[in-house]
Ligand binder design. Structure first.
Ligand SMILES: C[S@@+](CC[C@H](N)C(=O)[O-])C[C@H]1O[C@@H](n2cnc3c(N)ncnc32)[C@H](O)[C@@H]1O
Length: 279
């Protein structure tokens, strides 16, 4: 689910300017990404696709549990940022005794998570917060674990490391997954696609350097399993094929088709990586 344009139009513009782009550059970037007038239709189509998709990013329970097992301490107070429908949230609730705060700015996704937690009788262990990852409404040092699967890229990984770090108690941990380059010499087609969709994508080495620069110690890191990609892209591909006849002109559908094709064509050039860190 790679859309840097997923913030509302004005918020996106503000956000670009906060990142240091002047207004002209920000508008140019917006125009390059998507026509401003088509933004709402684009996002509506995008949400139509993802409505019935369970995972909103690559991941498996096994990969999440592997990261959880690497933590040096037992978390008591976790924040799951950009939780989507909350697979990681419910997994963490089942495999820890912690209280979990699950944050996303998509209320529909949080509603689905609420239903799942109720069915699992885990609802008293989780607080849902419909808020923005860029302005988290929590005080400093109130969590001992930040969890974020496939979401930190939205505000920029470096920015997320910097802005979220104060939320952690002393020696608190952070686990996040991110799409990384697995090669320094990507094929031109893959390079061109990701320059457009995720220009800040880095190699693992570059991300590790940024992580250390941000004041975290790297406990461990690993490539997500192949299953993580299948579990995300296979249902997504089926959904796109099913919807295309009724949405033949949709730019969102066209972009997702392209992303799936790039994933299928260049599986060795990029992939998801999990980082396990300590403050
Ligand atoms: C790629 S999805 C990952 C979702 C989930 N972690 C998963 O793996 O299924 C990114 C998530 O970030 C959420 N999101 C996007 N912008 C956000 C923001 N500004 N604040 C909070 N959440 C945001 C989206 O609604 C979406 O659920």
């Amino acid at each position: 689910m790679y859309r840097i344009t997923e913030l509302p139009p004005n918020a996106y513009l503000d956000w670009l300017q906060q990142q240091g782009f002047d207004e002209k550059q920000a508008l140019h970037l917006k125009w390059l990404s998507k026509d401003m007038n088509e933004h709402d239709d684009y996002m509506a189509d995008f949400m139509t696709v993802f409505q019935t998709i369970e995972r909103w990013g690559p991941g498996t329970d096994a990969d999440s549990l592997k990261a959880l097992a690497l933590l040096p301490t037992t978390p008591q107070n976790i924040i799951d940022i950009g939780c989507g429908k909350g697979f990681s949230t419910s997994l963490l609730a089942q495999h820890t005794t912690a209280h979990i705060t699950a944050v996303d700015n998509e209320q529909n996704a949080l509603d689905e998570l609420a239903d799942r937690l109720t069915k699992l009788q885990l609802d008293t262990r989780v607080t849902l917060s419909c808020s923005s990852m860029t302005e988290l409404p929590f005080t400093e040092e109130c969590f001992d674990l930040i969890w974020s699967e496939g979401s930190a890229y939205i505000m920029g990984v470096e920015q997320a490391l910097q802005q979220w770090r104060p939320l952690l108690k002393r020696k608190g941990c952070m686990v996040f997954s991110d799409l990384v380059w697995l090669t320094n010499t990507p094929s031109p087609e893959a390079d061109e696609f990701w320059q457009q969709e995720y220009p800040d994508m880095k190699t693992v080495e570059k991300r590790l350097a940024q992580i250390q620069q941000a004041g975290f110690e790297v406990i461990d890191h690993f490539k997500l399993s192949e299953q993580a990609g299948f579990d995300y892209y296979n249902p997504l591909k089926e959904r796109v094929i099913a919807l295309k006849p009724s949405m033949p002109e949709s730019l969102a559908i066209a972009d997702l088709e392209r992303e799936i094709a790039i994933y299928e064509r260049y599986p060795t050039e990029f992939g998801y990586h999990m980082f396990v860190l300590q403050k």
